[in-house]
Design a protein around this ligand. Structure first.
Ligand code: GAL
Length: 368
């Protein structure tokens, strides 16, 4: 019992911030080399007493990938050590992750069955702008890498969403793209909801852009991504080793134009925070909740309140990190003209009437 007590105290101390625990959203965040952290659109893995922050390395003049996925580690979430490049882009011409490709929003999970670390990211092939709309998968023996690129593809080819009924599938047959040439009309939205683009991409696989990963308490993991021309989110279950989709997936908010998904679970409720689709320009966050990961999902108002709420304080969601008894919302203030200077916004998630609320803070303390 005594040992249990000491171990608990030590664990709490180890995972808590004990030096300068101030987070300064939107400011330069220096690493151990006194260089602004370069891990954009990132996510955090907690493993073996350390936090690992993975993100996009961004150059000074382009958002395309010339380095790869960076990794930093920290004991306290404030002081970060640069561990270098976890997944390197390739020098080989024609390689799927060739230098100059677009590689965004990497996230990593630890798989306890295989003892491996599995990374997913959004991949656009070099020279093809944002048309490939694929996800990539890479694995490593160590959290910080090196990660070995496995493959990239579109999602769930020849699979219907698992909640599609026989009627839903039959209705798809009646959708003739020639009848929906005009976008954004009521008629077109209805067809999108029914699966106009799902049907279009059924054979080749569904589009997969902005993304995150989520590990549930039952050990099942999910890939959540913007699909169907960024109109509809998909939540896809992963196989037991996490290296592929199992084929089970649902669509969330069809036609709602959500991207930048960030998810967390509190007291049995899943909360999903997203953005609208305005490229590098910020917009108002959206929020959804569900009692089961495969839905039904219902929409709530923007969780941001106060000045700057209508632009998510100038940022776009990327991840939610459980910390102590609460959660930290992580977002990016993009700087498309100077991508490496993009800033990080970390805010504590507050709750009001059981619903997440985000308020701007010039600075805050992790121990508060
Ligand atoms: C954003 C997206 C970013 C990046 C950007 C490109 O909407 O969230 O990850 O893809 O568009 O314009």
């Amino acid at each position: 019992m005594k040992y249990f007590y000491y171990i608990t105290i030590l664990t709490v101390l180890f995972y808590s911030c004990s030096t300068d625990c101030t987070i300064k959203p939107g400011q330069i965040w220096a690493d151990n080399n006194n260089v602004h952290i370069n891990a954009h659109g990132g996510g955090i893995l907690k493993y073996n007493g350390l936090y690992y922050w993975f993100g996009e390395h961004k150059a000074d003049t382009t958002s395309s990938a010339y380095v790869g996925v960076t990794c930093y580690s920290s004991k306290d979430l404030v002081n970060w050590t640069d561990l270098g490049t976890a997944l390197k882009v390739s020098d080989e011409p024609g390689n799927e992750i060739e230098k100059g490709c677009i590689l965004e929003r990497p996230k990593v999970l630890y798989n306890s069955l295989t003892n491996k670390f599995v990374m997913y990211f959004h991949l656009e092939l070099k020279g093809q702008d944002y048309s490939a709309a694929r996800y990539g998968v890479a694995v490593s023996e160590n959290p910080e890498g090196p990660y070995k690129f496995l493959y990239s593809c579109r999602a769930d080819a020849e699979k219907y969403p698992c909640d599609f009924t026989a009627e839903d599938i039959a209705a798809l047959d009646t959708l003739n793209p020639d009848n929906y040439r005009d976008w954004w009309t009521d008629k077109w939205f209805k067809a999108i909801e029914q699966g106009l683009f799902l049907k279009r991409d059924f054979k080749g696989g569904q589009m997969s852009r902005d993304m995150t990963l989520f590990l549930d308490d039952d050990g099942k993991a999910y890939h959540i991504f913007s699909s169907e021309d960024n109109l509809t989110l998909h939540i896809a279950e992963l196989t037991d080793d996490f290296t592929a989709h199992s084929g089970w997936y649902v669509r969330v908010a069809p036609g709602g134009q959500n991207e930048a998904p960030a998810i967390f679970k509190k007291d049995g409720t899943y909360w999903l925070i997203t953005s609208g689709c305005t490229g590098w320009a910020p917009n108002a966050a959206r929020m959804f909740s569900a009692k089961k990961i495969f839905g039904p999902w219902s929409q709530h108002p923007n969780p941001c309140v106060g000045e700057g709420a209508d632009t998510t304080f100038g940022a776009q969601s990327t991840f939610v990190l459980p910390y102590k008894d609460g959660f930290i919302f992580m977002a990016d203030i993009w700087r498309p003209n100077h991508p490496s200077d993009a800033r990080y916004v970390w805010l504590p998630i507050e709750f009001s009437d059981g619903k997440p609320v985000l308020k701007w803070r010039e600075q805050w303390n992790l121990n508060e």
